[in-house]
Ligand binder design. Structure first.
Ligand code: ZN
Length: 475
């Protein structure tokens, strides 16, 4: 195990005499290492630390002996807009150790709704305040129809704490694709207001061409999904968006990278000293492959598609050496019925996978238990980096004095089997059905209150709060 050689406990860090909660006896993890100390919590906030066993007066003592104490996980990418909305998504997330979700709202016009992105944001915040059991933030989504009003809406959204915006380089058939000139215009406005541009980087022209060609030839069974969205479509778009963004000085966050060549592009761009480009991948790209799509039909359809084993290993390598900053779920919950047709026409079935509750356990099992990453690196990927990139640090993603007391007691010895029924979602399937995992959250706390204990959610709908985020200009 990895231990930091920090100086011995400083008496001044011992905190006040009387606190609300002391989390005692755990091994506390941050991105730099692991250390045994007790965490002191008052009024929902971490107020200090105490040496193990040091006498502290507390209203509640949480025994963390034998457990890892992690900052609450931040899922930086999810879509509570299909079969599962923020209410059920938040329950599943909490059970899996996620205490903050940053959810994509909109793209309102692509879903046939009226109103501006600002209306969508307000509606989402209202829905979350009423139904979420955990804290939540919002990313905006921009589609072609939003372009007319971005000069007006983006500053208003930034004021509301929505400081990151997603755009698509593909999906013209769904009205979502932004052309290069649109991308420049959008990123110029976002960059000017201290925002971050999140981008679905795939070459939409290639995707449309390939899909149309396969459909015309009657090739519409599941094996054509990955063939219609090849690696090169992603890698080309990654270089192009980085180049475009550098011209208008806007930082970029690449969502759901999946192809091994894209990682080379990220490394090359950074090697050139290029403008800021962050990179994310998702649980499923680290664990599943095209074989899972072939085995389960459209239930395994996601865009970009599940790739080959070589891509999976390349992503882990990128995680080890830092080309990937964040792992997120990209949760999009569809029921089996909504995923139809399962086998007959892969291009008609909706894309998206559930799995917000598996983010921590599956990445821990695949990453830590298989010796691919250390526990501190896991905390960087799931807590610290998303908090820093999205303007939440150190309120979230850390357990420093002043941080929200959002934490996970993780038992690295618990063995469990993933079942769709255990997700507590409307979505009735899991891509990890029957998978055995070692290590699980046994207690989850948000702002000092226990929200999950022994597999039971203790928080009620509406207990979570909307967390506005700081823009890069104000941070
Ligand atoms: Zn997504």
């Amino acid at each position: 195990m990895l231990w930091t050689s920090r100086r011995t406990m400083d008496k001044r860090e011992a905190g006040p005499a009387q606190v609300d909660v002391v989390v005692r006896g755990g091994l506390v993890v941050d991105g730099a290492g692991m250390q045994k100390y007790d965490i002191l919590i008052k009024d929902g906030t971490v107020v200090g630390r105490a040496a193990p066993g040091q006498k502290v007066e507390a209203k509640r003592v949480v025994d963390a002996s034998g457990k890892l104490v992690l900052p609450g996980v931040i899922d930086a990418h999810n879509h509570p807009v299909y079969s599962d909305r923020i209410g059920t998504l938040s329950v599943s997330a909490a059970l899996g150790g996620v205490t903050t979700v940053i959810s994509f709202i909109g793209a309102i016009k692509a879903w046939g709704k009226t109103g501006s992105l600002l209306d969508a944001a307000r509606d989402f915040i209202e829905e979350g305040e009423a139904g979420s059991v955990i804290d939540f933030c919002a990313h905006g989504s921009l589609v072609r129809d939003d372009l007319e009003t971005i000069e007006e809406t983006i500053p208003k959204l930034v004021e509301l704490g929505v400081t990151s915006f997603k755009g698509f380089m593909a999906y013209s058939k769904r009205g979502m694709k932004l052309e290069d000139n649109d991308l420049l215009r959008v990123m110029r406005v976002i960059g000017a207001h201290g925002g971050l541009f999140c981008v679905h980087a795939e070459n939409g022209t290639m995707l449309d061409y390939l899909q149309d060609t396969f459909i015309a030839a009657g090739r519409i069974t599941p094996e054509y999904h990955a063939l219609a969205q090849p690696n090169i479509a992603e890698s080309e778009a990654v270089l192009r968006i980085a180049a475009l963004a550098s011209v208008v000085e806007c930082p970029v966050y690449l969502v759901h990278l999946s192809a091994r060549q894209s990682l080379d592009v990220v490394r090359m761009w950074r090697g050139w000293g290029g403008s800021i480009v962050y990179a994310e991948t998702c649980t499923h790209y680290l664990t599943l492959s095209n074989a899972d799509l072939l085995a389960r039909g459209s239930l395994g359809k996601v865009g970009p598609p599940l790739r080959e084993k070589g891509d999976v290993e390349a992503l882990w390598e990128a995680i080890r050496e830092g080309a990937i900053d964040v792992v997120a779920s990209d949760f999009a919950g569809h029921t089996t019925k909504n995923k139809e047709p399962i086998w007959d026409d892969i291009f008609k079935a909706p894309a998206g996978l559930p799995g917000v509750g598996n983010l921590l356990t599956v990445v821990y099992d695949e990453g830590v238990n298989r010796g691919r990453i250390t526990i501190p690196r896991l905390v960087e990927l799931l807590c610290e980096r998303p908090a820093k990139i999205f303007g939440l640090y150190p309120r979230k993603g850390a357990l420093r004095p002043g941080s929200d007391a959002d934490l996970v007691l993780f038992d690295p010895t618990v063995e469990h089997v993933i079942r769709a029924s255990g997700q507590r979602l409307n979505t009735d399937y899991s891509m990890y059905e029957g998978r055995r995992c070692v290590g699980a959250p046994v207690l989850v706390m948000q702002r000092g209150r226990v929200i999950v204990e022994d597999g039971e959610v203790k928080a009620s709908p509406g207990q979570g709060s909307y967390v506005p985020r700081a823009s890069r200009k104000t941070a």
